[in-house]
Ligand binder design. Structure first.
Ligand code: ADP
Ligand code: ZN
Ligand code: ZN
Length: 752
């Protein structure tokens, strides 16, 4: 009964649009030779029509012929994914517990899925075996068709359809008729849009060109090139202090790979924050006749499609982009570079919840390629991999040109508080240093990782704090419009003039954000000093952000105030002072990575100072001057910090010693949410999973977000995939109420 006719070809197709299982389909005769793995096909699913990806030509599951459905058509002949990316997708599903349709869909630009097919050019050509005399006889009564036919005959090759019609003064109907009568054939080709001009094209002037490598750069380059020659999977850490010239080493590795015909993927935490890296890539490699594709979130659907086709068809061999570019279809991929590998921006905080760095490493493994991770302050995960010899490492311990690392001063704010009646927001030494730089015509950066003007509005009579109605955090006062804003969900309302709870007028604004720092600085410096701010509130005005960076680079701004956006990657030679306003801010968060994060931020932001010919100075204001993250950042002692922090992680067997999986339950009802989290914990108690530590359930630090209550559990395990198999097994027999959802986050970063 279940016998399958041998001549029916059955393939495995993954449908799009919320269907997380692949299905078997038959291939109609006409498509037999065209179907390949990774092709985009149209299918029917139940009674709806949708698209899907061909995952395999040899599925395990073969339905009986009477149940077999056939694919309807092929969207385009060129496969949209190659086998390598499909393998990557399968791994992501098993490692991140994400559904395959989400992962695959994220890999394919929407324009491809929409069947936009790029800007296509139509061509017309005479058919080979057509006899001219018969044709002319048939076309006697249609002079236009005859004219077109004779022209095609003369050319005897593909001619551009529209241009030809225009030149001959012939209508499109004549072309259609010739095709219909079988005298001509029409073809179409996808062509690239004019190479798009973007903000990175004219930045050649930002780039310094010829110099010889430092000794350390040479040594690192040699080590990397040697590793590249093995042509096998090589994860390699390039650990170099800020300003040690890591980019130049990346470039050497790229040149080596390109000279062997390989392709390169270059990841940065965020393209908008790495304009210099992108410009340097462009100017260096465009000169070598490479076409560097920039892959970022602001690309229009059409531009993304062009970028995608350029890579798929091998017209470009280099792509630079943020997290999602890790899926870019680079051909013959031999090198993946992940700059600032420690940056949390590589972690995607929505489905599929993957870490761009780790996906990059895995993709390199699939391709037997090198994965080059770079950072001045590598993540503990990566350093652990170096320690256990999974990754090799090269070190750059000095800045180029023998420039000094900046001198770091700690300012103990507890003492400042004793000295003056009101705790100053900017300490006296920092203010004096800022003034001095201004008079010396040097530039300064002030760093505070909190935007807005004040942080909270507090009633000093009853203690009431203005909170968001949907989230469990206090709202931030923004002076620009006089509104209170929630930094989680964006909810805003006018700042109240009296306490909504006790009606007292003693409602005061507390704390400070970047807007307030900008204000205070303005009031403390000479009127002519130019002070500007960069933070997420400004990022929405994309041009303003770029323009501000540009003005700063040109020296038109004296002091730049900003959040972590200015902490990384930027290279401004004239900056000689960096002030860090609330250095302990990250330490006050309930997160086992708080100390690591604080250390990285301080070291990175300090690294912005003294990159030119003059030495830099850093002032760090802190209430916790003895915290290890602050002490080690002061001396720039990465190894010292890592040693101490590793000890702590080891004691608790936290990452990197084990993987941390976060499991969140969320729902509108607090009672139900906690109930299901508790019930689930009992399931795990009754039928424990081997080699897993379960922590929780507990309310998340941010208990309520956008109107949803959140309870979470943590699982600590050395084997994620094994754990997930067991987990899924139990979870599928644990039905949830319709209003409750749960989320699994493997190697979670955000645990608030
Ligand atoms: P990192 O990424 O390690 O912080 P960069 O790669 O941005 O450092 O380099 C810092 C600056 O030093 C850049 O302006 C770069 O052009 C310059 N630079 C790099 N290598 C050399 C070298 N060997 N000699 C002189 N300048 C260099
Ligand atoms: Zn909110
Ligand atoms: Zn009150």
């Amino acid at each position: 009964m279940n016998k399958i006719t041998p001549d029916i070809k059955i393939i495995e197709v993954q449908p799009f649009g919320g269907f997380d299982k692949s299905l078997s389909y038959g291939v109609p005769k006409g498509l037999l030779t065209k179907i390949q793995i990774g092709c985009l096909v149209r299918i029917s699913l139940g009674n709806r029509k949708t698209m899907g990806i061909v995952l395999s030509l040899n599925p395990k599951d073969k339905p009986p012929p009477n149940k077999l459905k056939f694919i309807s058509s092929l969207v385009q002949e060129q496969p949209v994914l190659n086998e390598e990316l499909i393998r990557l997708a399968r791994w992501m599903c098993s490692y991140y517990a994400s559904s395959i349709d989400h992962v695959l869909e994220g890999m394919i630009p929407s324009a491809v899925k929409d069947g936009m097919g790029g800007k296509t050019m139509r061509y017309l050509r005479i058919k080979k075996d057509v006899s001219t005399s018969i044709a002319l006889e048939g076309l006697q009564n249609s002079p236009q068709q005859k004219k077109l036919f004779l022209h095609l005959k003369k050319c005897d090759k593909d001619v551009a359809l529209h241009e030809t019609l225009k030149a001959l003064g012939v209508g499109i109907s004549s072309a259609t008729a010739l095709v219909k009568k079988n005298f001509a054939i029409e073809t179409s080709k996808i062509i690239e849009r004019d190479a798009y001009v973007d903000e990175f094209s004219d930045s050649d002037h930002l780039v310094k060109h010829e110099f010889s490598l430092t000794q350390e750069q040479q040594k690192a380059t040699q080590e990397i090139v040697l590793a590249l020659q093995k042509k096998s999977f090589q994860p390699h850490l390039l650990q170099g202090v800020t300003g040690s010239g890591k980019t130049e080493v990346y470039f050497k590795a790229m040149e080596e790979v390109l000279s062997r015909g390989g392709g390169v993927l270059f990841l940065v935490p965020e393209v908008a924050l790495a304009p210099q890296t992108v410009s340097r890539l462009r100017s260096r490699f465009n000169k070598q006749n490479e076409n560097v594709v920039v892959w970022h979130s602001h690309l229009s659907a059409g531009e993304r499609l062009d970028a995608w086709s350029a890579l798929t068809l091998g017209r470009s061999r280099i792509v630079v982009g943020a997290r999602s570019a890790v899926f870019a279809p680079v051909q013959n991929l031999q090198l993946i570079i992940i700059d600032e590998e420690h940056e949390p921006a590589y972690k995607q905080e929505e489905n599929p919840r993957y870490h761009g760095r780790d996906v990059g490493v895995y993709r390199a493994m699939i391709n037997q390629a090198m994965c080059l991770l770079g950072s001045a302050t590598p993540s503990l995960e990566t350093l652990y991999n170096v320690e256990i010899k999974k990754y090799s490492r090269s070190l750059l311990s000095k800045r180029v040109d023998g420039r000094e690392l900046p001198l770091v001063h700690l300012i103990d704010m507890r003492k400042e508080a004793q000295r003056e009646k009101n705790i100053p927001i900017l300490s006296q030494p920092l203010v004096e240093a800022l003034r001095q730089r201004y008079y010396d015509r040097e530039q300064s950066i002030l760093f505070l990782n909190r935007r807005g003007f004040n942080t909270t509005m507090l009633c000093t009579d009853c203690g009431h704090v203005e909170q968001c109605k949907d989230c469990s955090i206090s709202m931030t006062f923004h002076r620009t419009d006089g509104y209170l804003r929630c930094h989680i969900c964006g909810y805003r309302k006018p700042a109240p003039r009296f306490c909504p709870s006790c009606r007292s007028f003693e409602i005061v604004k507390k704390g400070h954000g970047t807007q307030r720092i900008e204000d205070i600085t303005e009031s403390l410096l000479p009127r002519k000093a130019v002070i500007r701010r960069i933070d997420a509130d400004m990022m929405s005005k994309k041009n303003l952000f770029r323009q501000t960076l540009d003005e700063f680079r040109k020296g038109q701004i004296d002091i730049l105030v900003g959040t972590q956006m200015i902490a990384k990657g930027l290279d401004f030679p004239n900056v000689t002072l960096v002030g860090v306003i609330d250095a302990d801010l990250p330490l006050r968060m309930e997160d086992f990575r708080a100390s690591e994060r604080a250390f990285q931020l301080l070291t990175q932001v300090s690294g912005r100072a003294g990159r030119g010919d003059r030495a830099g100075e850093v002032y760090i204001q802190t209430y916790a001057p003895h915290a290890p993250s602050i002490q080690f950042a002061r001396t720039g002692d990465v190894a010292g910090f890592v040693e101490e922090e590793m000890e702590m992680r080891k004691e608790f067997q936290y990452p990197p010693f084990r993987h941390l999986v976060r499991h969140v339950f969320r729902g509108r009802s607090e009672e139900k949410t906690s109930f299901y989290a508790e019930q689930w914990a009992k399931v795990l108690e009754n039928k424990p999973i081997a080699n897993v530590d379960v922590k929780g359930p507990a309310p998340a630090p941010l208990e309520k977000v956008k109107g949803y209550y959140r309870y979470h559990l943590f699982y600590l395990t050395t084997h994620v995939t094994k754990f997930l198999i067991e987990f899924r097994d139990r979870r599928k027999n644990f039905p949830l109420d319709n209003e409750i959802h749960d989320i699994i986050d493997v190697d979670a970063f955000q645990i608030s």
